[in-house]
Structure formats: structure tokens, C-alpha cells
Ligand binder design. Structure first.
Ligand code: GLU
Length: 462
């Protein structure tokens, strides 16, 4: 059975690159009816913070990337000890007592000889290995080259000479990343490791560990980095945010997931995916080989496309975080009708909340430019006539409303915009917004006429 994992270190917020790795692992697991494991790699006690762990969990949940299992490395020391002791017993790892000074001196000499710094195996064959003397634990490097296949990069080769007897446990008793990572992947039955290609060298080292432990390594897919517009690795400098900041900007989780999936994966020219499609089409062989550039405008576009497609009741669930307090005095059905009038135009939930606020909150002021442009003296009479016609209209029938406008247009020989804009300003305070009939129908007769009358009073008798 396929098992993937996402293994973040809680030393910072969940960012775009990490989330994309999580998405690939999640989709691959789902696409193969497998399991998706979340592993918090919190062995670095100084840099790991609970607040980051919480933010990572919250970000993944918000995106809908539910895990089948979760584990925390900080609670698994006994397991790492067990694996390490076995290696020591089998003579595949050893305690090393070399002092910092000795190692520094060694490094100096090697550099002076033009060699890459590496451990010289000084403690490989000691007569005694006391446990109570300060020490690190190192592996005994096997002198065998490392070849492996990667689903993105193809066949890869590393010479064993690039490595040395590397440390698996520090002198303070904490374990090194490569070791815990391998032990946990073995223990959790991980079959596929999908992660950033900045880990390629780690992978070679990890394969050394698999060999020492006598286990088969999983399959690998190392995905290229995400770049900023200047083609350097994406960072805060490019305006990249933590995942939860995108939530606060009014991006839908499915849009963020869809956008990040496409940033590193393609399925023909297809840009917009539903969850089902993402799971159905995802495969490691469709991962892109070159780095992708993060484009915030395209993310917004993807978001707008999802807003258009989404059921308004589903939008409402997310929109509630952005709505004005006053909107909660209205029923969900009313808010859903309001959403329908603007969901194809607004690009983010923040915009949508702003653009439908008027359905719940009467405009407190009118756009000045709009008043000057559309509420001139010469439309006073037509608007008053329109008001009367609307008083007679049935607001649940669009045709009835249309007729009121059309008759007024004909009688005064006016274009629609001359009537529609003043009415729009009356209802919303603004010159841009939903279609005029839709607005009138959702707001209803009493509220619409009340607002219309108020504007006429303010402008013409004020
Ligand atoms: N904790 C590592 C990281 O956050 C995990 C890498 C991996 O997926 O193995 O980079």
C-alpha cells in the first residue's frame, strides 16, 4: 500500500513551498488509495516552536489536507536509540570522542592540502568505547557509490567519496535529521518520498543509512524549487506569505491548492481543477522538471475562477470570516442570494464581502464623483417618475422591473445608464456593483425604495 508523508520542521510558518510538497504527497496518496502521514520533525529543540506546529496543522487543515496519521519526532527518541544501538552492535556505527579542536585542526590541514573537509575515521577502531565519556555517534561509511532513480530527475549518481563517517547522534544526545528521517520512513512504511530537490544530497546520505540498516529505500520524487519573479528562490522578499496569510487575503483553499499544484505539475493546458480532478490526474510522471515562478496575479485569477464555479452556499462558509457584523442579522438564504449577484465578478473573498456589504448595511455616504456625474438636475424628473413606476412594480418579477425602467427611458428619451447609475448609487453608494435588477430583487421593494427615496431627498431637496 502506498504511504506518503509530509515532514515539516516546525522552525517557521508553513510557507508556499512546504504546502506544495504536502499537496503532492497528499494527492499521490489519495490517487493510489494510500495513506498520508504528517510527521512533525521537531528534534531541533532550540529552533522548534509549538506555535509553528500549531500554524502548520491549521494551515494544512484549512487547505483540506487531512492526514491519516500524525507523529512527533520529539517523542520517538527510544526508537532512534534502538536503531542506533543495533548499528553499533553490528559494527556499522561507532562512538567518536574527537574534540572540537582536533576536528578543526583536521579541517585546516585538509583544506591546506586542497581536500574537501571530511572526518578521517580516527575513532573507527578504538580498543574501548566508554559510554560515559562525551561523544557523538558516527556511521561507518560503506565504500560503494550511490545510484538511485528519481521520478523527476531520472537516474542519479553520487560517489561515496563525497561523504564521510557522518554523525547520526550529537553529543547532547539529540539525533541528526538524516537518521531520524530514515528511521521514521522505515517505521511508518513510507513507500514514496516527495520533497524539494534541495534534499538530493540528503537522499544520497539517507540511502547510505538504508544500506547500513539493511532496508530498501522508498521511491523518490524531488521537485524543483519555486522561484520568485527574479528567478531566485522564493522568499518573503518576493512577497511570499505564510499559508494562513493567503487565507486572510480572501483566497479560497481550493484555489491555493489548485494554483500550487499547477506550479510544478501539468495536465495539458488545464488550469482549473476540482478536488476530484486533482486526485484523478495526479501522477509523479507529470511533475515538471524545471523550477516554476510564483505569480501572485495568477493565483488571484485561479481564485476568481473557483469563486465562479463554487456553489454560493459553499462560498458563504468561507465568506463568513470576512462579512460585516451586521450581515449576521440576515438569514443564510438572503446572503446566498446576495453572493449570487457578485460571485462571478469579485476576485477574492475580501472583495466579495466588500461588494455585497450594501445588502446588509445601508450606504452611509455616496461616491461624490458618481453624484456629480449621474445626478444632475435634468434627471430629477425621470428619476421621480421611475420611483413611482417602481412603487407599482412586483419586485419578484424581473420583467416587471425591466418594464418600469424601459417605460421611463422611452418617456424621457434616456439611455439605461442614466437611470441605472443613480439607482445603483442609491442602493450601494457606489457606481460599480451587481446588475441593477438582481440588486433590486435581492434587496426587495421596501428597502430598495427607501434607499432610492433617501438619495433623491439628499440630492434634490438637501
Ligand atoms: N524536515 C525536513 C524539512 O522540513 C523534511 C524533509 C523531508 O521531506 O524529508 O525540510
Amino acid at each position: 500500500m502506498v504511504r506518503t508523508r509530509f515532514a515539516p520542521s516546525p522552525t517557521g510558518h508553513l510557507h508556499i513551498g512546504g504546502l506544495r510538497t504536502a499537496i503532492f504527497n497528499y494527492l499521490f496518496a489519495k490517487a493510489n488509495n494510500g495513506g498520508f502521514i504528517l510527521r512533525i520533525e521537531d528534534t531541533d529543540r532550540e529552533r522548534s516552536k509549538d506555535e509553528y506546529t500549531q500554524a502548520i496543522l491549521e494551515g494544512l487543515k484549512w487547505c483540506g489536507l487531512e492526514w491519516d496519521d500524525i507523529c512527533f519526532q520529539s517523542k520517538r527518541n527510544e526508537i532512534y536509540e534502538k536503531y542506533m544501538n543495533k548499528l553499533i552492535e553490528e559494527g556499522k556505527a561507532y562512538r567518536c570522542y574527537c574534540s572540537k579542536e582536533r576536528l578543526e585542526q583536521l579541517k585546516k590541514e585538509q583544506l591546506a592540502r586542497g581536500e574537501n573537509p571530511h572526518y578521517d575515521g580516527h575513532c573507527r577502531n578504538l580498543k574501548e568505547y566508554p559510554i560515559d565519556k562525551p561523544h557523538v555517534v558516527r556511521i561507518k561509511l560503506i565504500e560503494e557509490d550511490i545510484d538511485f532513480h528519481d521520478h523527476v530527475h531520472g537516474d542519479l549518481h553520487f560517489s561515496y567519496k563525497e561523504f564521510d563517517d557522518f554523525i547520526i547522534r550529537r553529543s547532547d544526545g539529540s539525533f541528526m535529521y538524516n537518521f531520524t528521517n530514515v528511521v521514521d520512513d522505515i517505521e511508518c512504511g513510507v513507500t514514496h518520498v516527495i520533497r524539494g530537490d534541495d534534499h538530493l544530497t540528503n537522499t544520497a546520505k539517507q540511502i547510505v543509512l538504508y544500506r547500513l540498516l539493511g532496508k530498501e529505500p522508498p521511491e523518490y520524487a524531488h521537485v524543483p524549487m519555486i522561484l520568485g519573479e527574479d528567478k531566485t528562490r522564493l522568499s518573503k522578499r518576493h512577497g511570499a506569505k505564510s499559508v494562513l496569510e493567503y487565507r486572510d487575503m480572501g483566497i479560497l483553499p481550493i484555489a491555493l491548492v489548485n494554483y500550487l499544484l499547477r506550479l510544478g505539475f501539468s495536465y495539458g493546458d488545464k488550469e482549473i481543477f476540482t478536488w476530484d480532478e486533482m486526485i484523478k490526474y495526479f501522477s509523479l510522471d507529470r511533475l515538471n522538471k524545471s523550477a516554476a515562478v510564483f505569480n501572485p496575479e495568477k493565483l488571484i485569477w485561479v481564485n476568481a475562477e473557483h469563486m465562479k464555479m463554487m456553489e454560493p452556499e459553499d462560498i458563504l462558509v468561507y465568506l463568513k470570516d470576512f462579512l460585516d457584523k451586521k450581515c449576521f442579522e440576515f438569514s443564510d438564504d438572503y446572503l446566498i442570494e446576495a453572493i449570487k449577484t457578485r460571485q462571478t465578478k469579485a476576485q477574492t473573498l475580501v472583495e466579495l464581502a466588500d461588494e455585497i456589504r450594501f445588502y446588509c448595511v445601508e450606504p452611509q455616504e455616496y461616491e461624490e464623483k458618481g453624484i456629480k456625474k449621474y445626478l444632475k438636475e435634468n434627471v430629477k424628473e425621470p428619476l421621480e417618475y421611475l420611483y413611482k413606476r417602481l412603487e407599482e412594480a412586483n419586485f419578484s418579477k424581473e420583467d416587471d422591473l425591466k418594464r418600469a425602467f424601459e417605460e421611463t427611458m422611452e418617456k424621457f428619451d434616456l439611455k439605461m445608464v442614466k437611470l441605472a447609475q443613480p439607482v445603483r448609487i442609491a442602493l450601494t453608494g457606489r457606481t460599480i456593483g451587481p446588475g441593477i435588477y438582481e440588486m433590486l430583487m435581492v434587496l426587495g421593494k421596501d428597502e430598495s425604495l427607501k434607499r432610492f427615496k433617501k438619495l433623491l431627498d439628499v440630492v434634490y431637496s438637501g
